[in-house]
Design a binder for this molecule. Structure first.
Ligand SMILES: [Zn+2]
Length: 270
């Protein structure tokens, strides 16, 4: 059975964090910089990368998980490089480290509790937490989906989106959180673009994907930008329903063009 503990756990974590969030209504959507709302990445069409030879991971060892992530990272690099270049940006691979405990260096401060993975835009590095749950359930599609989400942040970094954000100044919390959710939901959509594109090459059931969609996608990660996000909880990532919506949207369209979260109703990025 492939769905499993890890997915269940992340779903549970998400629902705890998502409970009791107030959704403030705002009258009009603020304008976002062209690097965010009009990125040429939206015009690159379908991802067009259809085969990722996912290694079998059965033993539940850390080494297997590392190998698995390395192979999937290669797939992500091969899939996105042509689209990034097509959009007129310089392509660069992200680096990745797999850690087994909290607190280590990430380039954006110590690895925090509550995150499955972290992308640091200051050094273009993905830090992936191979928790004991994850190592015990290495077949979980979550393993790939989380990495594809972090890679979504890398795309945002390469295309200048992180730099186009409104910086947090201690007072603009609502604006900052709104942009954070749009960034996170976009990364989730870009994860879906990759998953949808390679899905038929994976030996997996469709139900594994629909399970993810229904259970809040990849759950919590951090796209670290030097601001403490943990205390804001799910306000930085969007509610489970919207995370699922954007994941599925990317999966169904296989195109970054469907991931413009900067040009969409507030209700879809709450
Ligand atoms: Zn993220």
């Amino acid at each position: 059975m492939r769905i499993p503990r890890l997915a269940l756990m992340a779903g549970a974590l998400a629902s705890v964090l998502f409970a009791g969030t107030a959704h403030a209504a705002t009258l009009s959507a603020p304008a976002y910089k062209p690097a965010l709302a009009k990125s040429p990445i939206y015009k690159t069409g379908k991802l067009g990368f259809d085969t990722c030879e996912e290694p079998k991971v059965q033993g539940g060892s850390l080494d297997e998980v590392k190998i698995y992530l390395d192979v999937v990272l290669d797939c992500l690099n091969a899939a996105w490089e042509p689209r990034v270049k097509q959009a007129g940006f310089t392509f660069k691979k992200p680096s990745m480290q797999v850690v087994t405990k909290l607190g280590g260096k990430t380039g954006c401060g110590p690895y925090p509790a509550g995150a499955q993975a972290l992308y640091c835009s200051l050094n273009n590095k993905i830090t992936y937490l191979a928790s004991s749950n994850l190592v015990a359930e290495p077949n979980d599609i979550m393993l790939m989906a989380v990495l594809a989400h972090e890679y979504g942040h890398h795309i945002q970094s390469l295309t200048g989106m992180f730099k186009a954000r409104t910086p947090y100044n201690g007072k603009n919390e609502a604006r900052f959180l709104d942009e954070s959710r749009r960034l996170e939901l976009q990364a989730e959509c870009l994860s879906g673009v990759f998953l949808g594109s390679v899905w038929h090459s994976l030996d997996r059931q469709e139900t594994e994907f629909t399970y993810l969609v229904k259970n809040g996608g990849t759950g919590l990660d951090l796209s670290a930008i030097g601001v403490k996000l943990e205390s804001w909880g799910d306000k930085t990532h969007g509610n489970a329903k919207n995370v699922g919506h954007w994941l599925k949207r990317g999966y169904d369209t296989e195109s970054a063009g469907s991931c413009n979260t900067w040009n969409t109703a507030k209700s879809k990025v709450s």
